[in-house]
Design a protein. Structure first.
Length: 300
């Protein structure tokens, strides 16, 4: 075992579905001598708990939750500049970051073994509007779908985002945006803009099929607004990762990017909805900033 390890558990992850998994998670880590656990009692508390754990000398934090939980803990680690590793037991809705680490289908015992015996890898992270993100940052349709998904209580997992996206597909009106730093992309009405560090979005969509956590770049994708037929084609293409190259899609690999909107936009960041601080959002890649525990050979 390397250093001190703790778990930070978000009991609200996966729309409360985490409760069925928690006994196995606790048993898997406890049997390997890992019993220190912090549990959130309010939304967003992961950052404070992670900061407290780091001050106490913890050198590996295991996030038991979804993408938002991982993102908040990562922000605390990055702000502290401490030599602390991040691992994840995926119990959220989309678990996009866990996919990139290759552990989405791992049993708790496998992840516990990885934490105890595995080697850490340093990965890139994104920075947008003053906060770091691990997987994705999206504007327009993406943010609208995330907002709609909060009202869907009868589904879990990937089905939540798919159902919500289908509902918005025929009604969302698009956004006006201009981009600085993305060659060939001009101001115009967009259905959606995504800026990705990882490949996946909403669990079911391969939104940035060529993204890498190691290349020092973010993958920006601009979806021009279009008619319903083209929107359906984009929807199907995004699920398969074949939308790149469609006439209404422009893609660019960038180190930094500035997006300007008519007003401070709503934005999706690692599965969480927020409002930007101003009408211009600055984004950039921070190379090899975070140490993570991943399945062997998973990170590219």
């Amino acid at each position: 075992m390397i250093g001190t390890i703790c778990l930070i558990v978000n009991p609200a992850a996966g729309r409360g579905g985490i409760h069925a998994a928690l006994p196995d998670v606790r048993a898997a880590f406890s049997s390997r001598g890992i019993g220190m656990t912090y549990e959130t009692s309010a939304p967003g508390e992961e950052e404070d708990l992670a900061a407290r754990a780091i001050r106490a000398g913890v050198t590996t934090i295991v996030a038991v939750g979804g993408d938002g939980t991982c993102s908040r803990i990562a922000n605390a680690i990055l702000r502290s500049a401490a030599p602390c590793r991040l691992a994840v037991v995926p119990t959220g809705t989309g678990n996009d970051f866990a996919k990139m680490l290759g552990v989405r289908r791992y049993a708790p015992a496998q992840i516990a073994d990885l934490v105890v015996r595995g080697q850490a890898t340093r990965i890139d992270v994104g920075l947008a509007d003053g906060s770091h993100f691990l997987n994705s940052c999206g504007f327009g349709f993406d943010a609208s779908v995330l907002e709609a998904s909060s009202r869907v209580r009868f589904l879990k997992g990937d089905a939540v985002y798919i159902y919500s996206a289908l509902g918005q597909l025929f009604t969302y009106r698009g956004i006006e945006v201009s981009a600085g730093g993305a060659p060939g992309v001009r101001r115009g009405r967009m259905l959606m803009v995504t800026v990705s560090n990882g490949r996946y979005l909403g669990g079911a969509f391969k939104i940035a099929p060529h993204a890498s956590l190691l290349d020092g770049k973010l993958d920006a994708c601009f979806f021009s607004d279009s008619n319903v037929v083209e929107r359906v084609r984009l929807f199907v293409g995004a699920m398969r990762g074949t939308h790149i190259g469609m006439p209404s899609v422009s893609a660019a690999s960038v180190q930094q990017l500035a997006l300007t909107f008519a007003a401070s936009p709503s934005m999706e960041m690692d599965g969480e909805l927020r409002t930007a601080h101003s009408s211009t959002v600055e984004l950039k890649c921070v190379p090899r900033a975070l140490s993570v525990m991943a399945a062997p050979g998973a990170i590219v």
